[in-house]
Design a protein around this ligand. Sequence first.
Ligand SMILES: Nc1ncnc2c1ncn2[C@@H]1O[C@H](COP(=O)(O)OP(=O)(O)O)[C@@H](O)[C@H]1O
Ligand SMILES: [Mg+2]
Length: 173
Amino acid sequence: MKKRHPHTLSTGDNNTVIALSETEVGKIFTGDTRSDIGSEALKLQFANKVNGLLVRFIRLDELNDEAEMLVMERLYPMDFRAYEYERRELWLDVFEEELHQLHKSGFVHRDLRRPSDMPGLTFDNIFLTPTGLRLIDVGISALREQVGERLFNRFVQQELTELEQFRLFFLAR
Ligand SMILES: Nc1ncnc2c1ncn2[C@@H]1O[C@H](COP(=O)(O)OP(=O)(O)O)[C@@H](O)[C@H]1O
Ligand SMILES: [Mg+2]
C-alpha cells in the first residue's frame, strides 16, 4: 500500500488533501507541479472575489522540502438525505444562482460531475455544508480571459448539463 501522509482526509484523482487544523486543510502538490499550484491559487482567488460558492483560499505554504500546499478553509460535508426535499430545493436554487454568477464573471468550474468511468462519488466536488452547497477543486476550472470566449462558452454549456444532472440526483430521494 502507498504511504499515507499523516492527517490525510482524502486522496483525489491527483492530489492528497490533509487536515491542518479544525479550520484549515492543505492540498499537497509535489515535484514539478509548482505551476499547477499557482494556477489553482489564482483561479480560486478569482472565484472567491465573485461570491462564496467556492471554498475559501487561505494561503500558499510548504509542507516539506519536496512538497507545497494550497491552504484552504476546511469544509465538513453533510449527507443530503438528512434534509427535507423543500430545504434541498432552496439550497439548489442558491447554488444555481451562484454558479450562474460565476459564469457571468468569467469563471467556469468544469468538474461538477466526475466522468462515469472513474471510481468514487459522482459529485464529490460538491459539498453540502451547514451554510448550503459549496464547491471545491478548481484543478480544471477555466477563466474566460485565459481560454477565450468560444471555448469558455462551450465549457459553460457542458456545466449547465452537469448542473441539471446534479439537480436530479440531489432531489431524487
Ligand atoms: N476544503 C476541503 N475541506 C474538506 N475536505 C476537502 C477539501 N478540499 C478537498 N477535500 C477532500 O479532498 C479530496 C481531494 O480534493 P480535490 O481538490 O477534489 O483534489 P483532486 O483534484 O485530486 O480531485 C476531495 O474529494 C475531498 O474529499
Ligand atoms: Mg476533486
